[in-house]
Design a protein around this ligand. Structure first.
Ligand code: GLU
Length: 486
């Protein structure tokens, strides 16, 4: 198998959203496939009818596409190994289960849920480490089986796990892993509703779809010995396995909804850039062996390898995610940000106002180094979109003196003489007035910022003034002089 073109799959069960852990699994599969010129396949594992969620598959596909993880084969794009929806492959699983039964590797089980509950309770009383099926139905005669089947007695099909076997497999991330078959239950392969369980469907499909590497989350590690038994029972070659480390909350508990968002869609809706989320998720369990953290998807493809995936749980650190978002945002061209900013304005209270592209591009240039999210081009600097309604009290106390109004009047009177002041005109006028008054420039800069923006921080004062323009500055300074009382 080593020399084959890699074929890997992302095999989610549609739950209604794409979990960030799922995005990480999909991404590593994608990166591995693309790095090795292989194929990346999307297979939907929708055999759990109880968990059916309307529209879930569409949502999942949309989230994957948003992240830029295009697959080569999948339910909506087709491919030579379809269908790629497990619910459309039921006859395939049935045939394979029959084959296992015929060879004695699986068997019908007609036990009622009452019997199973009683069995479990008995085992619990005996304090057995793990409740297991007692193979009662393995010993049914042909006759008994036929009779039950003809009476339509509900049944499941179980894997016949032979006792006292060592199940050994190699995991690319974790090395050699050994399980004792005595600890493995006779797993149900076909449920009483006729649907296969995850184990059977997963193994059959991975084989039929010629999957070479199974790359999935660590939570599936304990299922792998059952899969290995199935590969053996079918006399199929095993794929390579790579189990990716768990994702943890900062307190090292398993990443959960309770401590923050887990759905990719939530991050998208909060304004995270797909480039940043993908970059961040790539680092949850992998690094290139150096301390580089900023990557675009194509660079990840170039650099990624499974042997640099670590075993240790990866902490989902939103501070790092935010800083990557800021970095990716900064690397975008102002024109690209312009489109996003316009969308953001449409979502804001300023949606009915008109702003020219030229004006918005100036805001972008002035604020780019100060924001982490596109939305912050609006919410951190509302003064570009409307005159301040109030003024920071602390800044008034600190910087607004009784002589300030006169000093600012001098500044705006001087401005009136210049038709359309350039940025350096503002600088020059301010320097001249400060000199004339014999005061430091700060004595003008701080009150000017306060008067025009209502805030004590923001972009460079001359950027601020230039973007607002002469008329607006004059209006705002006059208003501030009227409103600010000390
Ligand atoms: N359907 C499983 C899931 O929801 C797939 C696990 C695997 O990749 O084998 O994650």
């Amino acid at each position: 198998m080593i020399n084959e073109t890699p074929r890997v799959r992302f095999a989610p069960s549609p739950t209604g959203y794409l979990h960030v852990g799922g995005l990480r699994t999909a991404l590593y599969n994608y990166l591995f496939a693309k790095h090795n010129h292989g194929k990346f396949i999307l297979r939907i594992e929708d055999t759990d009818r109880n968990r059916y969620v309307e529209g879930a598959i569409e949502k999942l596909i949309e989230a994957l596409k948003w992240a830029g993880l295009e697959y080569d084969e999948g339910p909506d794009v087709g491919g030579d190994f379809g269908p790629y929806l497990q619910s459309k492959r039921l006859n395939i699983y049935k045939q394979h289960a029959d084959e296992l039964i015929l060879e004695g590797n699986a068997y019908y089980c007609f036990c009622t849920s009452e019997r199973l509950t009683a069995l479990r309770e008995e085992q619990e009383k005996l304090k057995l480490p793990q409740a297991k099926y007692d193979k009662h139905c393995l010993h049914l005669s042909e006759e008994e089986i036929k009779k039950s089947l003809s009476k339509n007695t509900p049944y499941v099909v179980r894997l016949n796990v032979k006792p006292n076997q060592k199940i050994v497999f190699n995991d690319i991330v974790r090395g050699t892993i050994e399980f004792d078959s005595n600890n493995i239950d006779d797993q149900i392969l076909i449920k009483s509703d006729g649907y296969p369980t995850y184990h059977l469907a997963n193994v059959v499909d991975d084989h039929l779809m010629k999957i070479t590497h199974v790359i999935r989350g660590e939570e599936w590690l304990s299922s792998t010995p059952k899969h290995v038994l199935l590969y053996d029972a079918f006399s199929w070659e095993q794929p390579f396995f790579a189990h990716l480390p768990l994702l943890l909350n900062p307190d090292r508990s398993k990443l959960s909804k309770r401590q923050g968002d887990v759905a990719v869609e939530d991050y998208r809706d909060k304004g995270y850039l797909k480039e940043a989320l993908v970059n961040f998720v790539a680092l949850l369990g992998w690094n290139a062996g150096d301390d580089r953290e900023f990557y675009y998807l194509n660079e990840l493809v170039e650099t990624f390898s499974l042997d640099r995936v670590n075993k240790a749980g990866a902490v989902f650190d939103t501070v790092k995610l935010n800083s990557l978002n800021a970095e990716h945002l900064r690397k975008k061209s102002n024109n690209e940000i312009l489109g996003m900013l316009k969308d953001e304005i449409q979502k804001s209270q300023y949606k009915n106002q008109e702003y020219s592209d030229e004006f918005l591009l100036l805001i972008i240039e002035a604020m780019k180094e100060r924001v982490s999210f596109v939305s912050e081009f609006v919410i951190t600097c509302p003064y570009f979109y409307e005159a301040p309604k109030d003024y920071e009290q602390k800044a008034i106390e600190k910087n607004w003196k009784s002589e300030t109004p006169n000093q600012l009047m001098k500044f705006i009177n001087k401005l009136r003489d210049i038709d359309t002041p350039s940025k350096s005109d503002y600088e020059l006028v301010l320097a001249n007035i400060a000199e004339e008054l014999g005061i430091g420039k700060g004595k003008l800069i701080h009150p000017l910022r306060l008067a025009t923006s209502g805030q004590s921080t923001g972009p460079g004062i001359f950027d601020l003034l230039y973007i607002l323009g002469k008329e607006e500055i004059i209006k705002r300074v006059n208003t501030a002089i009227e409103k600010i009382k000390v």
